[in-house]
Write a protein that binds this ligand. Sequence first.
Ligand SMILES: [Zn+2]
Length: 319
Amino acid sequence: MFSSLIKRIILKRSSVEANFSRLTVDIVKSGQSRRGLGIILSVEFPEAHILSQQMDRELTGKQVTVYTLQHYTKLQNLGFINMYLSDFERLCSRTVETVISRGNVIQVKFSDAMNLILAPEYGGIILFHKKEHPISEKFHLKLGFTDQTALTVTLTGMGIIHALADSELSHSYVYQRDFSQTASPMDENFTLDSFSKALLGKNVNLKTMLVGKDAVVTGLGNSTFQDVTYRAGIHPKRKASELTEAQRRKLYDAIRLVIEQRLQLGGKIQFIDFYGRRGGYEPAMGSGMAGKICKVCGAEVVKLNLSGGQCCICPGCQK
Ligand SMILES: [Zn+2]
């Protein structure tokens, strides 16, 4: 019984990992990002951090009375929602102890060693509802609490909604990827020195170094990658080992600047926080900017295929 449970979760994890890389390409190819559904609403480190703080403030101490899941079949087949919906029953009667985040992943910790893992990294909205506010039917998961407030989670692109016991966290792909030893962009140990050392001698492209499970820093997605490489004036197809000391510094400074500004301004402009407010940070470069004119050099922004995704760059500024 126990071994079959482990097997089930492991299978789910490997399919989630495969789906994340495969679907990145599908979503970009289908142009969903330009229609405002997928990547545009992506939740990366700053947005996950903002949400987790707001959720911690509102939800800590609340007890779950009921859960509702809907429109889940496709997400379930992809491994983005638990294979067995009854897993969510384990959240009922449990109390929220705290909400934290690391990288792009939000962990709602409940009493009795239960967790809700949320990672709407390619698009999603997590909202708080006071009892007097009507709830739209557009959600995938709703948790109702004893005081008649509620939480809803809606995925608009790839993402994770998993109810997991503590003992199952080790089998969660996104949890293992982000709640790891890898430095977080605002950690004290994410220094120019440590960043430079991590890049030195690595004959792999920058995207692999900055985004995904082999990255040297957690919580950066394709959106941040485009923004920081543009600000640093570095072509995204460059290999990490080719960068000069000055370029490594520019890249490090751009990462810190972008993350800090997004935290200060309530996330990216497309982001919607726990209270339904939009963020105020406008990326200097990002998806959907192809064909626009670079404000720095006047060249036309172009789109490149890169590591299973698309990336907008200024050919004038990024070398
Ligand atoms: Zn330019």
